[in-house]
Design a protein around this ligand. Sequence first.
Ligand SMILES: O=C(O)c1cc(=O)[nH]c(=O)n1[C@@H]1O[C@H](COP(=O)(O)O)[C@@H](O)[C@H]1O
Length: 231
Amino acid sequence: MTDPKVIVALDYADEAAALAFVAKVDPSLCRLKVGKEMFTLFGPQFVRQLVGKGFDVFLDLKFHDIPNTVAKAVAASAELGVWMVNVHASGGLRMMEAAKAALVPYGARAPKLIAVTVLTSMEQGDLAQIGLDLAPQEQVLRLASLTHQAGLDGVVCSAQEAQLLKARLGAEFLLVTPGIRPAGSEQGDQRRVLTPAEAVAVGADYLVIGRPITQAVDPVATLQAINASLI
Ligand SMILES: O=C(O)c1cc(=O)[nH]c(=O)n1[C@@H]1O[C@H](COP(=O)(O)O)[C@@H](O)[C@H]1O
């Protein structure tokens, strides 16, 4: 597999445990995601270490701030040599345009820039609580369309919205989908879920998978089984 679809979410509280997993896989098997937990604990040096091992790293810090601040944070991410970085689409069009402009100086070395639409842990009732009286997929389409307008590379969404977004925004617009649960695995806090094979079948470009792999008895065998289910 030269272009792995699975991005393993390295959500470990223990750096040694994360590196023990990383030592058993290689960049042809999966990409790696560093999120808020590990970045807060272990910082940019941890990210540089994974990049140095040859992995495509998705730095998932979901920036959401005023345009100037987000632009600077996205440029700082590019300095780390990551493959992908994200912002919250709800930060708005000007914020996303500023983030994109900040990557222009990096040319071909620039990370892919994507925007989070509606978190996969949210369902209609959660949206109602924050004043959004619509179905998750309507809000996802609205934010994904804004992201497309801003010229970003794609969005984070649930695989449940993949078919709709590919039809409306085109095949090239990347869909990165967390909320992936192999049959029989625990849903936990996720709400809008699909299995790995279902997600790919409906058009997801990359699957973000954390606990089903990292908390498995044999994480590497679980990753390999998921990869095999995608062929
Ligand atoms: O941006 C993300 O990666 C993300 C967006 C989203 O809507 N939902 C979501 O679960 N994520 C991340 O994807 C990972 C999912 O992990 P698991 O639920 O353990 O598979 C976590 O690291 C989340 O922070």
